[in-house]
Design a protein around this ligand. Structure first.
Ligand code: PBG
Ligand code: ZN
Length: 326
């Protein structure tokens, strides 16, 4: 048989495959999420997310110190607290576990650690909704007011990057305006621009105790049947002053990531969410896949779609096991 093109030639051995490899996971673009709670000496593993903990500020600072030795320098903090009420007062209280953690981390590591914090109310409202309820519905503008207060408190504590994950309308513009008015011109906003109402958040809600008591999040998070709507959200967040735009979840929304890549010139992030993490753990624990290979396939797919920044619970395991070098 005479064949002029034999693509298999470039797949013959590892060196050749490496030579022609087009896409690589950008290690410097990976962010490790953490859950911070009240109290001291607390470090509880989250049942549904093996290897991920809910921990008090003292323990968190120690964990991040250890993770830094592995090579983790960018972190995203989520708060967990029992102090919840209709107005989410703890969200911007000085005694909020995330705000306390940010202060400690800034003090200890300064510019050697890039500290991002989640900006949302679901960990602080009695209802578990991402905004303030008025007459049984999430009130957009009241919620934005509190989100601005929370953002300012985090910026004052020294937070490098804010991640508004609430999906209220106009919050990016309002937060940017608040930061500018108070002189926080260096605070980065990484907007959860296209955040879909997803079943893949299950393990996170268990970790953050943020399952809404009643109803669901479909009145503010996006409908997974839509994609042009994501591009509309993208143009709004860009105009309102976002520095980075995010798509969430990642693996079932690769088309949205690539739409973002084509439609913006600012960095695109993707959130490899808790359900995607748990699925990998379940598959590997039952021997259905090799963990490092499965994780790198997932993260490479997200990279190929166009994300240069990926939030992933797998980062610690990747560095510990050298899976990025395999
Ligand atoms: C809350 C929030 C959620 C996640 C990040 N911020 C869950 C939700 O919207 O219910 C999900 C993260 C994950 O699943 O890993 N605003
Ligand atoms: Zn929320």
């Amino acid at each position: 048989m005479t064949i002029s093109h034999r693509p298999r030639r470039l797949r013959r051995n590892q060196l050749i495959r490496d030579l022609v490899a087009e896409h690589h996971v950008h290690l410097d673009g990976l962010i490790q999420p953490y859950f911070v709670c009240d109290g001291t000496g607390v470090r509880d593993e989250i049942n549904t997310m093996p290897g991920i903990h809910r921990e008090s500020v003292d323990s968190l600072v120690e964990s991040i110190g250890n993770d830094r030795k592995l090579g983790i320098s960018k972190v995203m903090l989520f708060g967990v607290t029992d102090r919840r009420d209709p107005m989410a007062a703890t969200a911007w209280d000085d005694d909020n576990p995330v705000i306390r953690a940010v202060r400690k981390l800034e003090d200890k590591f300064g510019d050697d650690a890039h500290v991002c914090a989640d900006v949302c109310l679901c960990a602080y409202t009695d209802t578990g909704h991402c905004g303030i309820m008025v007459d049984g519905v999430v009130d957009n503008d009241k919620s934005v007011d509190i989100l601005c207060k929370m953002s300012l408190a985090l910026a004052k504590a020294g937070c490098d990057c804010l991640g508004p994950s609430d999906m209220m309308d106009g919050r990016i513009g309002a937060i940017r305006k608040t930061l500018e008015a108070e002189g926080y011109t260096d605070t980065i906003i990484m907007a959860y621009t296209a955040k879909y109402a997803s079943s893949y958040y299950g393990p996170f809600r268990e970790a953050a105790c943020s399952t809404p008591g009643e109803g669901d999040r479909k009145g503010y998070q996006m409908d997974f049947r839509n994609c042009t709507e994501a591009v509309h959200e993208l143009s709004l967040d860009e105009l309102e002053g976002a520095d980075i735009v995010m798509v969430k979840p990642a693996l079932t929304y690769l088309d949205i990531i690539s739409d973002f890549k084509r439609n913006t010139s600012i960095p695109v992030a993707a959130y490899n969410v808790s359900g995607e993490y748990a699925a990998v753990k379940l598959m590997t624990q039952t021997g259905l896949a090799e963990e490092g290979a499965l994780i790198m396939e997932n993260l490479t797919a997200i990279t190929r779609a166009g994300a240069t920044i990926i939030l992933t619970y797998h980062l610690r395991d990747i560095l510990k096991n050298g899976w990025h070098q395999a």
